[in-house]
Design a protein around this ligand. Structure first.
Ligand code: GLU
Length: 312
């Protein structure tokens, strides 16, 4: 049975980009009668906005989503991530790193495609150089290519040394890195299908590498086209906010949003369903979902029926 999930970070209210990930993961999990989980990725405490997690859950409910089981919160799972890190250390696959961001930026060649992250030059790989003390932990990468078949993008191959180099699994502020937490949670929650925005594509080979080291199965992956601003501009999390418990959402807006997300994913919902309750629209999406239509979609602005804008 498929076990999918939606894993929002509560650093802002639900926006149209995360809505598309929620709808895509929901349809792909539910179409064969699978389970769909919601996990709150509230690990990065400095970036978490208080109240946002509940707000996102409120909005999901208002949009007709129903998830299976209790919502898992990463902020409560530090011991599980530590256990995984201990296993990596015992395998000799993780090592302490004493480099600051500025030091890495000085030595590294170029930041990798726009995510602002530098390829780690390996300074602490063979032991902390004299005078340096451990700030965080990195996992060793190898030249072995990482291959996977993306359900939307097709066969892909990545080389970690030229993508990111040895990457952080525990940060210098003591927080576990997203890459490690996601891998542990997906494995322990039995997630076997990960559907998310293409902005996370470069994380996938890192996560597969960690799965291989930790002896976890690799889920199937689907990376969805990204919602952009006009003219392809990158959308910030504050743009295109869907709604929040404080602003509320009326049923017509909820229907338009689900209709828009289905259309964005190439699913062609019938116009006479445009005003159907959102749960009914999602039901239509589940019954009629086709991955081939997603493959022909391109990144672009979120379509809003009736020319109504949600980005006030
Ligand atoms: N929490 C991540 C985000 O909101 C998504 C993680 C994932 O789907 O793997 O960007």
């Amino acid at each position: 049975m498929i076990v999918g999930r939606f894993a929002p970070s509560p650093t802002g209210p639900l926006h149209t980009g995360s809505l598309v990930a929620a709808v895509g993961s929901y349809l792909m999990a539910r179409r064969g009668g699978g389970r769909w989980l919601v996990r709150m990725e509230d690990l990065d405490s400095p970036r978490v906005v208080p109240g946002c997690g509940d707000d996102i859950l409120w909005t999901l409910e208002a949009l007709g989503f129903a998830w299976d089981g209790a919502v898992v919160r990463q902020s409560e799972r530090g011991e599980l991530y530590q256990e995984a890190l201990d296993r990596l250390i015992a395998l000799g696959a993780a090592y302490p790193c004493g480099c600051s961001r500025a030091e890495i930026a000085r030595v590294a060649t170029a930041p990798h495609d726009g995510d602002g992250e530098f390829i780690y030059p390996g300074t602490c790989r063979n032991g902390l150089p004299a005078g340096k003390s451990a700030r965080g932990w990195r996992v060793r990468t190898t030249a072995e290519p990482i291959r996977f078949e993306d359900l939307v993008l097709g066969p892909l191959v990545f080389q970690l040394p030229s993508l990111c180099g040895d990457f952080v699994v525990k940060r210098s502020d003591g927080l576990f890195a997203y890459q490690l937490a996601v891998v542990v949670d997906d494995a322990l929650q039995g997630v076997n299908q990960v559907v998310r925005g293409a902005d996370l594509l470069s994380s996938t080979p890192r996560q597969i590498h960690l799965q291989q080291l930790l002896g976890y199965a690799t889920p199937e992956y689907a990376h969805l086209p990204l919602v952009t601003g006009p003219g392809g501009a990158k959308l910030s999390k504050r743009d295109n906010v869907v709604s929040s418990a404080s602003t509320g959402i009326n049923i017509k807006d909820a229907s338009r949003l689900i209709f828009g997300a289905l259309a964005f994913l190439g699913q062609n919902p019938p116009p006479d369903l445009a005003t159907a309750p959102p749960a009914e629209l999602l039901g239509w999406g589940v019954d009629n979902f086709g991955v081939a239509a997603v493959r022909s979609c391109r990144p672009g602005p979120f379509p809003v029926p009736d020319n109504r804008s949600f980005d006030q």
